[in-house]
Design a protein around this ligand. Structure first.
Ligand code: CTP
Ligand code: CA
Length: 225
């Protein structure tokens, strides 16, 4: 069966997806970032598009290719990612997968900071970045479905439930990113789905399979199933 013949339950729907890390400059050559390959977010953007959605992917710096069938906007910093996302509201669906850097350097240097041999470096003054998911979850043009991720190394369910509440999300996809799971940077994912009504453990799946399941679940929810 040709892909083009597949059912398109999200036809006519718009979606915004964030993916990858953000890079927060220290100076023109150095930055602060979270670990993120962008694989899960990019797979979700592609899966929503396969179901017929009109998808904008806002991606931080990644080495993987732009997904097919999606408009990809490339950004570097969290503030740029926030602006790119907010400027595309209203939308029906928001899936915030990016590993946004929680802090940026308060005043990044315009010129490369030079080492002074034998001298300790000046401490970095950090300031909090905007919370993009929380902004979207409480926005006057809040999408009908707002999905967040929670990457945790401990207390997965409690932290996930707290994020659901705090950020105004409908759904949190929580994954254990302890180094021993090998999930960070890999192609597989083992997630718990957290909603207002409870927690569901999904089996160990590829990131593409997680994306397809999540896209289908979003389509079912929008259809009122
Ligand atoms: N997120 C975001 N903007 C931020 C921080 C996080 O949009 N500045 C989103 C992520 O894309 C993810 C969710 O919020 O969907 C949870 O991110 P996470 O880093 O797990 O949560 P934080 O609220 O940043 O809490 P902490 O890092 O302290 O666990
Ligand atoms: Ca964080």
């Amino acid at each position: 069966r040709l892909l083009d013949d597949a059912p398109k339950p999200l036809a006519g729907r718009t979606a915004i997806v964030t993916s990858g890390p953000t890079h927060e400059p220290i100076d023109p050559v150095r930055y602060i970032a979270n670990r993120s390959s962008g694989r899960q977010g990019h797979a979700i953007a592609a899966a929503l598009a396969r179901l017929g959605a009109d998808v904008t992917l806002v991606s931080g710096p990644v080495t993987i290719a732009d997904p097919q069938g999606v408009v990809t906007v490339h950004v570097e910093r969290a503030e740029e990612m926030r602006d790119a996302v907010i400027s595309r509201l209203p939308a029906d669906i928001a899936v915030m997968v990016a590993a946004v850097a929680d802090w940026r350097v308060a005043a990044s240097a315009e010129q490369k900071i030079k080492k002074k041999p034998g001298e300790a470096p000046a401490p970095l003054q950090l300031t909090e970045n905007p919370d993009i998911l929380k902004t979207v979850g409480h926005h006057e043009h809040r999408p009908k479905i707002v999905v967040g991720f929670a990457a945790e190394t401990e207390n997965l369910e409690d932290n996930g439930r707290a994020k659901l509440e705090r950020k105004g999300a409908d759904l949190i996809v929580a994954n254990d990113v302890s180094p021993e799971t090998g999930i960070m940077g890999g192609t597989r994912n083992s997630v718990k789905l957290i909603t207002k009504v409870g927690v569901e453990q999904w089996p160990d799946l590829s990131k593409d399979e997680v994306a397809d399941r999540l896209a289908q679940l979003i389509a079912d929810r929008l259809a009122g199933a």
